[in-house]
Design a protein around this ligand. Sequence first.
Ligand code: ASP
Ligand code: MG
Length: 415
Amino acid sequence: MKVFKFGGASVKDAAGVRNVAAILRLFPDEQLVVVVSAIGKTTNALEHIAELAYEKQDYSEQLNLLRHQHERIVQDLQLEANLDYFFDFILTQAEQNGGMPFPRFYDQIVQAGELLSSSILSMFLKAAGINNTWADARQLIYTDDTWRAGNVHWEKTTTAIQSQLPSLLNSGLVVTQGFIGVAANGDAITLGREGSDYSAAIIAHALDAEGQWIWKDVPGVLSGDPKKFPDAVLLPELTYYEAIEMTYYGASVIHPKTIYPLRQKRIPLYVRSFLDPTASGTTIATDGKFIAYPPVIMHKSGQSLISITPSKTTFVADVQMSDIYALFSKHGLRINTIQIAAQSVSIVVDYNPYALNPLIAELRESYSDVQIKENTQLQLLTVRHYDDAILHQLTQGKKIYLEQRSRSTVQFLYE
Ligand code: ASP
Ligand code: MG
């Protein structure tokens, strides 16, 4: 049994949906669970609709545009489908915001993207003679009620997947939604942006799949984003360890939560190109194996540097570090890198004024003798398996705010 994940770019138009069917045909007589993301940029559009609807503003233009995009694909695929059900559903969700906190409201609307894409794909495959059953991820993936970032309830989820999917797989493919599941109170929930990779990994884990395949518009995992680093090369093989490091430091090719459930069961992850489906791509499997990696570059923009300097006390240790960590975590800010010196501590986080401003206010209140400086709009570059040549090339002419080096990894924060 294999789990395939197709992202939004792979089904962005009718040609894309046809191409997915062609890829599935390359695996005849296989048991396949197909996890699909929302079409193209649908999730962004639904996010915007959710924001407008919550503020009781007019969102009809955005909703109509989304409807036309989906109807166009259905027409181009020559399906006799009517999408009224889905758009009525979005309207119903959008009109009922009575006192719901925004994140919960958001999830009720945004879930529609994957409901639409999976239904269209399932209908098209049927019309093309590929047997399949549409399975509802809201009956498979159980979470708590952390809206927009549901934490998986593994026991319930594993039981649901194991009791439903194997029998469906006996009569053809299973098509289901990435990114969505069901919260403790029975409402729909999302797993965090770009979470479909993770959905596929949850299913692969529960079913002890022989592998998970992620079909992308790039040839596999590259040593850097080719749009920013034209010398980037394909990495044919990665350990789970290396893949986790890369996603942690900002490689966006795979959702960071994806590797853990696969690693636990030693399930390999294959990252392949949907444009060139027989090319070998990247295989992520095993740990502890020696692989000679080229320098691997991860880049994050929109970084803030918070410098905290106590003016009276001499040593930073006197400003309780554990309090500072707790404060960042309380405000939902992940520390991307931290440097502690004798008389100052520098912390790098993603720029997010909604979380940062209250945090800084709280710091000032708790430590009246503390000076706080904030620099925003910085870039954080992380290089694994670096050498002098690549460091020279990457830092030349840049104003460096902070540098940190271990044997395998170096980070630069610059303007
Ligand atoms: N459609 C969702 C998003 O755009 C999930 C995904 O693409 O994986 O974030
Ligand atoms: Mg996506």
